[in-house]
Write a protein that binds this ligand. Structure first.
Ligand SMILES: *Cc1c(COP(=O)(O)O)cnc(C)c1O
Length: 231
């Protein structure tokens, strides 16, 4: 299959999955994770209809953003403080924020650019991943981010452990429940301008598990960009 055919098949699957669970497929953005490919493949993906791209290295995000500034570039990688200046202002959304010190740095950089930086908070799924805030520390982080006027928290992100689709489904369901709990708790604490509508969850192997659980963004790399990815 060509990239165009692979992407068309994923779009079709996303539509079918949305239909099966009564969701509007326009609520689900497919983020093409281009971290392993070069500009020519990005160009091919744009021609195939991909307009949201995910990168996990700041320099690479900056390079691809400069090559294709009209597309939406998502930062999905581990945050390093001294490299945030490559990301803030270029990334339409940072999916992987989970510490207050990084939130404060993003706030300062965004303030310097005169923008508000959209972010998601990455939540640890409690399995093998090291990144992400623990669920019981999320509320405090949200309240602290709420004080930062140049950071807007739009929702939550998680990564499921690889291997078991049943476990992935449970991880995704947990994230949605956590989001709903946070919404209620924020409202009770007088925070009514942090709707947390985005749930970034699901990758090549498990995005079809994430959609019925409420994913609004799926981050798909190999299934779009790899010639030998077995569907
Ligand atoms: C690489 C990566 C993806 C995409 O993974 P695939 O299995 O290639 O779809 C999604 N999210 C994050 C955070 C990644 O690092």
């Amino acid at each position: 299959m060509t990239l165009e055919q692979r992407y068309a098949a994923i779009e079709k699957d996303v539509r079918a999955s949305c239909e099966a669970c009564g969701r509007d497929s326009r609520e689900v953005t497919i983020v093409g994770v281009s971290k392993t490919v070069d500009l020519d493949a990005v160009e091919e993906a744009i021609a195939a209809g991909v307009h949201d791209f995910g990168e996990n290295r700041p320099e690479e995000l900056a390079r691809k953003y400069e090559a294709f500034p009209g597309e939406r570039w998502h930062f999905i990688g581990n945050i390093q403080s001294r490299k945030l200046s490559s990301v803030v202002g270029r990334a339409c959304l940072i999916h992987s924020l989970y510490t207050l010190s990084h939130a404060e740095k993003i706030d300062r950089l965004a303030c310097g650019l005169g923008i508000v930086q959209d972010v998601l908070i990455e939540v640890n799924d409690g399995e093998e991943n090291k990144q992400g805030v623990q669920p019981d520390e999320l509320f405090e982080l949200l309240m602290e981010c709420n004080r930062l006027s140049n950071v807007r928290v739009c929702g939550l992100m998680t990564m499921a452990a690889r291997g078991s689709l049943a476990e992935a489904r449970a991880t995704f369901s947990d994230l949605r429940i956590l989001r709903d709990t946070m919404r209620d708790k924020l409202a009770r604490n007088g925070v009514d301008d942090m709707p947390l509508h985005e749930l970034s969850m699901g990758m090549s192997d498990d995005y079809l598990e994430a959609i019925p659980q409420g994913a609004t963004m799926v981050r798909v790399g190999r299934a779009i960009f790899s010639d030998d990815y077995a569907r």
